[in-house]
Ligand binder design. Structure first.
Ligand code: ATR
Length: 264
């Protein structure tokens, strides 16, 4: 039986096993997908298991998306560009790191028929998923990306990867076509970003990377302005589907039942 894992810390909240085990069963694959909490100093041993084929593939989540890079033999263009890995597999005895968050974000945005071409986008936050969101936006032809983060140096550091980024102060935030919440504010239902939404009358689209809870205050405030909103659920499903395709060579079905697996 083949074994797949998602590793991170914390990991209990991860819904990746629900999706992958559903698709594994549906496609009659002899395999299992589990979650495992690791510490940074467990990574070496973990990747030995991948090399020995005791583990056949892995997803990597917060906080290890960058930390795993030294243990890999090869990075895909996307992982190299974002310095971020969420999917690992063995090919010709080489451990390859890839990043399916980029496709995940791009497909999710296309799903809601929003065309980012020529748009001014603001990203709030500078954590693990942000380089992937940035690369996807550039691929889709965005006009400009501004970024604001509580710890400004973390936003500035992203300019090492993407030189055209503009870093703005939280209180300078004003005129954008699309605003993306990539902070962890909203994970708790009562969380609210310290932002004056009355400044966002011209913003068309409020996107939250968070999908649980379904409707953060950021999404609610966007809706109250009468604007288009979307949460991170589809992005999460698409990144998982792309990982599944890499490991099993099968494009898994995404239907209402699959989407419902994440309504916990
Ligand atoms: P990591 O930073 O470890 O990759 P993450 O969950 O991907 O973790 O990112 C958390 C994001 O939410 C960060 O941008 C963080 O800002 P800092 O870089 O300043 O830590 C942001 N964030 C978390 N709590 C916040 C708060 N109370 N106010 C503002 N930003 C917050």
């Amino acid at each position: 039986m083949k074994e797949y894992l998602v590793i991170g810390n914390p990991i209990t909240h991860s819904l990746s096993p629900e999706l992958h085990n559903y698709w594994i069963k549906e496609n009659g694959i002899n395999g299992i997908y589990d979650k495992k909490k690791l510490n940074k100093n467990d990574l070496k041993e973990f990747f030995l298991k991948i090399r020995n084929k005791e583990i056949n593939g892995a997803n990597i989540t917060v906080p290890f998306k960058k930390d795993v890079i030294p243990y890999l033999d090869q990075l895909s263009f996307e992982s190299e560009k974002t310095q971020s890995v969420n999917t690992v597999y063995l090919k010709n005895d080489k451990i390859i790191g890839h990043n399916t968050d980029i496709d995940g974000f791009e497909l999710a945005i296309k799903d809601v028929n929003y065309d980012v071409k020529g748009k001014k986008v603001l990203i709030l936050g500078a954590g693990g998923v942000v380089p992937s969101v940035i690369l996807a936006l550039y691929k889709m032809g965005v006009l400009s990306i501004s970024i604001s983060n509580r710890t400004k140096t973390k936003a500035e550091n992203l300019k090492n990867l993407f030189k055209d980024l503009e870093v703005v102060d939280w209180n300078e935030i004003s005129n954008f076509d699309m605003i993306i919440n990539a902070t962890s504010i909203g994970l708790k239902k009562e969380d609210r970003l310290n932002l004056d939404f009355s400044k966002f009358q011209n913003c068309e689209f409020f996107y939250d990377v968070i999908y649980n809870p379904k409707e953060t205050n950021f999404i609610k405030d966007g809706k109250n302005l009468g604007k288009k909103t979307e949460n991170g659920k589809k992005m999460f499903i698409y990144q998982a589907a792309k990982a599944f395709k890499i490991w099993h060579g099968i494009e898994p079905k995404i239907n209402e039942q699959v989407i419902g697996l994440l309504d916990k």
